[in-house]
Design a binder for this molecule. Structure first.
Ligand code: NI
Length: 190
């Protein structure tokens, strides 16, 4: 089932999400499936639970669209539960990022190229893995979501000022988008 994506400006995107206990969420696999369906429907490569209105430490990633540049990303489709980034390493590199909660805004963001992360998959199997390149980049972006951060936070004061109106418009629903969204400041239709 496709779910509406929460737009920029909603306070849930600013909350640090809480860890999930296995028995607290027995239907986690269905939720993971719905999140993938929602993400594919919006042509994204990652989606975090706060973006569908759930403040929990869960995000999904499918980095396959980048497999022409990085062949090891073929079929890189994963769910990350209770993730913790343990280390970030290397010299920061820039990449033009976007976010399904912030349609039509793309900006260069600096991030470190290598991360070590601990997480559980949707079968509650624990993993501790190291990722680099685009995989690390997408994980860092989604991880920021469960920490209540957005990629626009990382921009220079000048870039922030230049996109301020656009961000305001997005929170009001004044944006062209072809997937279902929930806008926090949209005027109610009578
Ligand atoms: Ni995002």
């Amino acid at each position: 089932m496709k779910l509406p994506i929460i737009a920029y400006g909603d306070p849930i995107l600013r909350k640090k999400a809480t860890a999930i206990e296995p028995d607290e969420y027995p239907n986690i696999k269905q939720l993971v499936e719905d999140m993938f369906e929602t993400m594919y429907g919006a042509r994204g490569v990652g989606l975090a639970a706060p973006q569908i209105g759930l403040s929990m430490r869960l995000f999904v990633i499918d980095a396959t669209p980048f497999d022409d540049e990085e062949p090891e990303l073929k079929d890189f489709k994963k769910a990350f539960i209770n993730a913790n980034i343990l280390e970030e390493d290397g010299t920061e590199w820039a990449f033009n990022e976007g976010c399904l909660s912030i349609p039509d805004v793309r900006e260069d963001v600096l991030r470190k190229p290598v991360i070590k992360i601990s997480y559980y998959d949707e079968n509650w199997k624990h993993h501790e893995e190291t990722y680099k390149g685009m995989a690390a980049r997408i994980i860092q972006h989604e991880y920021d979501h469960i920490e209540g951060k957005l990629f626009t936070d990382k921009l220079s004061p000048l870039r922030k000022r230049l996109i301020e109106k656009k961000l305001n418009d997005i929170s009001k629903g004044v944006v062209d988008v072809d997937y279902k969204m929930k806008f926090p400041a949209a005027k109610k239709k009578r």
